[in-house]
Structure formats: C-alpha cells, structure tokens
Design a protein around this ligand. Structure first.
Ligand code: ACO
Length: 419
C-alpha cells in the first residue's frame, strides 16, 4: 500500500479513537427494539421527532456523535471498506463475501456507461449556466424515460434499477462536470474503482492513489444518514408506487438546497468571502448580529461533533499542506470552527456537520465548487435506494397532516363587488 494511502487510513483510525474517548461519558442510546404502532411522540415543526417507519439500514445517535450503517461504525467502514462494499452492505444488509463483492463491482462497472442520447441531451441544455445539481436531476429523469424496466415497481425490479443508478450517477456527474467546462465527457475505465472512475470522469486525469482513496472515503461517509430531507423525499415519492427514477430525481432536488447537501458549496463561498484568518472573528460577529446561519454548522440530530467532520477535518489538513492557498482556507476553517464551537456549541449545541470540511478536501483535489453537492448525490444514491427498497417491502403511502388555521365560513363575493 502506498504510504500516503496508509496515512489516510491511520488518520481515520486515530479520529475514531479520539471520538470514542471524547463521547464515552455520554449516556448509552435507548434502542427501542421495535415500535408498537400507533406510537405517541412529541412533535416539533418540520416533523421533528416524528417516527415514519422502522429500519435496519442506519442509525444516528446525535448525543454520542455516532453513525452506524447496518451495525458497522462509520470509522471502521471509512478506514477498511470501499464505496462498492458499503453500497452492497446498505442494499443487501450484510458485508459481501469476496465473490459477492467481485460480482457486485462487475455489475456496477457494466452499468456505468450511460446511453449516448442522455449525454447528447445534457450537451444541448444550458448546462454551463445552470447548477450541476439541476443537470443531474434532469439527467436521472431522462435515464428513467429510456429504461423500459422503469415502471416495474416490485422490490426485485427496483433493486436492479438501484444498482444501475448507483453506477450511473457517477458517470452522469462526471459528464456534467466536463460539459460545464466545454470538454467532452469521458467513458468510464473498467480498470478503475468507482471512486477512481468518478474522479477520472470529472477531471480527465487518471487519479493519484491517495486522491482516489480520499474520494472513496468521502463516498463512504456520505452514503446514508437516517431520515434526512432528501432520503425522506425519495421515500415519499416512492410510497405512491411511482418509480425509482422519479424518487431519485426528487431526492437530488431536495439535496441541492443550502440547508441540506448544498451547504458544502456554500461553506466554500463563505470561507472565500472571509479571505484570511484575521477576518474570521469580525465576520462571525457580523453573522451573529444579522442572524446569518453559518454554513456547515448545526444539525437536526447531531448535538455533538459530527463523526464525518471528525474524519474530513484531518484529511483536509493533510491535503491542504500541498498548496498555500488551500492551507490558508484550512486555517480560516479551523478558526471559524473554534469560534463557532466555543459560542454556538456551548449555547445551542451547534457544531460542524459533514459539509464543513468536505469542500476543502474537494477543492484540494482540484474539483470546482459547484460540483461539491453532486459528489454528495453520487454517494447518497446508495442510502436513498436502500431505504426506498426497505420501505417498499412494507409500503404504506406517506400522508401527514397540516393543521388548518385559516377562516372556515367566508361569503363568496362576486368579482365585480370585490374591492
Ligand atoms: N448557524 C447559526 N445558528 C444556527 C445554525 C447555524 N448554522 N444552525 C442552527 N443554529 C441555531 C438556530 O438558529 C437555532 O437558534 P434559536 O434556538 O435561537 O432559534 C438553534 O441553533 C437550533 O437550530 P434549529 O433551527 O432548530 O435547527 P434545525 O434542525 O431546524 O436546522 C439545519 C438544522 C438546517 C442543518 C441548520 O442547523 C442550518 O441551517 N445549518 C446551516 C446549513 C447547513 O450546514 N446544512 C447542512 C446540514 S448537514 C446535511 O444536511 C448534510
């Protein structure tokens, strides 16, 4: 193993040990062992506290700062697994044998190429002027129109579509990145890993092993995260027995927002705006005065340091050493992290989330800022599809209520008498 790749794995292991030491005193989570429906819970606006279903896919403990996929700790997976293996784990509920993993990797590779018509349509759209997430959302929609199996909504048929989508989202995002720059999209190279291929298709260069490994880690870290807005969106769409392509394109639309996955891009705009470590304090004071949210901080579930940020921070540290501009950005980020944790952390339990350090890692890898959220989608498609399939097997259409607070008895006034 290349020394730098080994260093990446060592960094993740150390981050895991530190996380365990720092959160050890927090109380153990109360696992329910199953829900007796109907269930009574306290609800907040935005469905805070609501329970929509049971799952065995992933578990987030916001007090401990734990993230678990199918029982496996995120630090272990990030250090030892690959995106392909993690996707298999999420979809099938167990770690694959060597043969199962080889077959799954082959299936992903076989499905990576996308129909030429989709690329042609992307080229004909104003992709260079629109957000790459809009292009990606549209591309998934077009893919669905070209797949004659798309309307089959059994778990088995949708699982096949899920595997196609996990494979093809990387190719589509790569094509979008190239078209934005006026360059020709690149065909996937079957000799590369999923992360390596994704980087290759975005940048046009065969990736250096350490960048390939770090992209692989980033894809593992972003693959699943409970009932977040985009995951819930995919499940809501699929619960009407629509189809996997509609569900995933809707999920991409939800992830795009700056309060969700779109925050990774906004963090970099903020750090660029701050410009130097000395400006952090005055910038933050003004943000507080004007009640401006600090992007990359805060979470509905985590009231502790996000375990994914614990991994991405030292990786950003390592990569930013290669370039003085990236180093300055990292120093600004660390100073902002310290100030926000000291104030908002103490007052409101607001800490860095996954989006705070990921952008610094991506920029140091030579990726342009608008492509940061598509990277998130290329990974999260594993969690989206796994959860859609799990819910489909026990499907009940989603249908919450809004409390009507408007008038009840209005007299209908003819238009000529209205003032
Ligand atoms: N900057 C400043 N204050 C914050 C921030 C922040 N980033 N996040 C939360 N707070 C404050 C809120 O203003 C609120 O203060 P109040 O009690 O005085 O009103 C308090 O902390 C509690 O926060 P909520 O508003 O209850 O958090 P909510 O669960 O509604 O929102 C969210 C969570 C959307 C992530 C929010 O923290 C936010 O907007 N963060 C910035 C955007 C961001 O980084 N999003 C990515 C999240 S991770 C992901 O989706 C992949």
């Amino acid at each position: 193993m290349n020394d730098d790749v080994k260093k990446v794995n060592d960094i993740i292991r150390e981050a895991g040990i530190k996380a365990l030491q720092e959160t050890d005193s927090e109380p153990e989570p109360q696992l329910t062992g199953g829900v007796q429906w109907p269930v009574s819970v306290q609800l907040g606006r935005g469905l805070e506290g609501a329970i929509a279903c049971e799952t065995t896919i992933g578990y987030v403990n916001g007090t401990k700062g734990w993230l678990i996929y199918r029982g496996y700790n995120i630090f272990d997976l990030a250090e030892k697994s690959s995106f392909e293996e993690t996707s298999y784990l999420l979809l099938f509920g167990k770690l694959p044998t060597q043969q199962e993993l080889d077959d799954f990797k082959k299936k992903l590779k076989d499905n990576m190429p996308v129909p030429k018509q989709v690329v042609d349509i992307l080229k004909s759209l104003p992709t260079s002027k629109t957000h790459p997430m809009s292009a990606l959302r549209t591309a998934v929609s077009i893919l669905g129109m070209m797949d004659e199996t798309a309307e089959q909504t059994t778990v088995e048929a949708e699982r096949e579509v899920a595997i196609k989508l996990i494979a093809q989202l990387a190719t589509l995002a790569g094509a979008v990145a190239r078209i934005r720059k006026g360059a020709e999209p690149i065909e996937p190279d079957p000799a590369l890993s999923h992360a390596g291929n994704f980087l290759y298709m975005m940048t046009g260069e065969k990736p250096d092993p350490v960048l390939e490994r770090i992209m692989d880690v980033a894809l593992i870290l972003h693959a699943d995260h409970g009932m977040n807005a985009s995951t819930f969106t995919t499940m809501v769409v699929n619960s009407s027995l629509s189809d996997m392509y509609s569900s995933i394109s809707a999920g991409i639309g939800s992830l795009k927002g700056p309060l969700h996955g779109g925050a990774n891009e906004r963090v970099l705009y903020d750090l660029d705006e701050i410009g130097s470590p000395e400006n952090v304090e005055p910038w933050f004071r003004k943000a507080r005065e004007t009640k401006r949210k600090v992007m990359g901080f805060g979470h509905r579930v985590y009231k502790a340091y996000d375990p994914r940020a614990r991994i991405l921070k030292p990786l950003a540290d390592m990569l930013s050493e290669r370039n003085p501009e990236h180093r300055k950005l990292f120093e600004i980020a660390v100073k902002l992290d310290d100030i926000v944790c000291a104030e908002l952390g103490k007052e409101k339990k607001v800490f860095p989330n996954v989006d705070f350090y990921s952008g610094i890692v991506y920029r140091a890898m030579g990726i342009e800022t608008p492509m940061f959220t598509p990277i998130f989608a290329v990974s999260r498609v594993s969690g989206w599809t796994a959860r859609v399939l799990e819910y489909l097997a026990q499907n009940r259409i989603f249908r919450p209520r809004a409390v009507y607070v408007g008038p009840i008895k209005q007299d209908y006034v003819p238009i000529e008498q209205r003032s």
